[in-house]
Design a protein around this ligand. Structure first.
Ligand code: ZN
Length: 315
């Protein structure tokens, strides 16, 4: 599946650039070699596309072709889930609303975030609901979410889908094969854990807030009363390599880290983590401070032995 996606990206770039697919592939490999393999094939292809001055503007993409950082994204998908409309008021007195929905096509699915009141009113009026097919024009891929602002378009589409992919597609990889921007899972041991670090997030969008004199400012929501969050750095090792990883608030709880305000009990909980083998899901990012890849964990699962045995038997 991942390979098909890469092949399709290559074909698209080749077609737009008027070059052979093999030539694009050669450039992608050269780029990866230059970056010591720290970038995934898909990521490197994106860099090559940018270098060739190619954008995917005005082109309809399949959901599995969406890559973090893409702008002016056009995509069609069937709505599989719509969250309730959430309202918020910033300290400046502005009224804001946000809606999350999930859309799927035959290749994959993606979370869509609506910020524009015109788009949200389509949901409030019941024109855009679950099971409808929608067309999105001019959206931005922020991390692994598709964000629609006031310059984006949202409308019903007449396209139809047969079987849609509603399961999240996450490939399992060895740490030694991790590339930047990979959305992946790995079965690994926790070999080290560090002191927690605390920071403040916006209560609405959960993004980190900036401190401006005595007030906390969210880029999207202005002055806010922040929520305190914690993160812990871990080192994971799967036998192929180790990687520095980041575990945030919600996933900390699922790993049994609850005593963030009690240093002594926290130390015990952290010690209990060592040697624990789990399946970690997340994204590989470049940590610009350490200039090293880092695994941002967004989910933890216990190792499913039946599944594992099944896999080994099928080898
Ligand atoms: Zn915010």
């Amino acid at each position: 599946m991942v390979q098909d996606n890469y092949e399709r990206i290559l074909e698209k770039i080749a077609k737009s650039a008027g070059l052979e697919k093999e030539e694009i592939e050669r450039r992608v490999e050269a780029k990866r070699a230059k970056l010591s393999g720290l970038i995934s094939k898909e990521g490197a292809a994106q860099v090559i596309a940018a270098e060739l001055g190619i954008s995917f503007d005005n082109e309809k993409l399949k959901i599995e072709e969406l890559l973090s950082g893409m702008r002016k994204v056009n995509v069609v998908g069937k709505i599989v889930n719509v969250s309730p409309v959430r309202s918020f008021t910033t300290k400046r007195g502005d009224e804001g609303k946000v809606v999350n929905l999930f859309i799927a096509d035959e290749t994959s699915n993606v979370k869509v975030v609506l910020w524009d009141t015109n788009h949200i009113s389509l949901i409030e009026k019941g024109e855009i609901i679950e099971d409808k097919v929608i067309e999105i024009i001019n959206a931005t891929m922020r991390d692994n979410e598709l964000h629609l602002g006031s310059f984006s378009e949202l409308k019903l589409s007449t396209e139809t889908f047969g079987k849609i992919q509603t399961e999240k597609i996450i490939s399992e990889k060895n740490i030694s094969d991790f590339g930047i921007n990979d959305n992946t899972s790995v079965r690994a041991f926790i070999v080290q854990s560090f002191e927690p670090r605390f920071f403040n997030v916006c209560p609405e969008c959960k993004k980190k807030v900036n401190i401006n004199e005595d007030s906390f400012v969210c880029g999207e929501h202005g002055n806010v009363i922040p929520e305190k969050r914690a993160l812990i750095n871990l080192v994971l090792d799967d036998g192929t390599e180790s990687i520095r990883s980041v575990l945030f608030h919600d996933t900390l709880v699922s790993l049994g880290i609850t005593e963030l305000d009690n240093p002594e009990r926290l130390l015990n909980q952290r010690e209990d983590l060592l040697g624990k083998e789990m399946v970690f899901l997340g994204n590989v990012r470049m940590n610009t401070y350490f200039n090293n890849p880092e695994f941002i964990i967004n989910g933890v699962k216990s190792v499913n032995l039946d599944e594992l045995i099944g896999k080994l038997e099928n080898k």
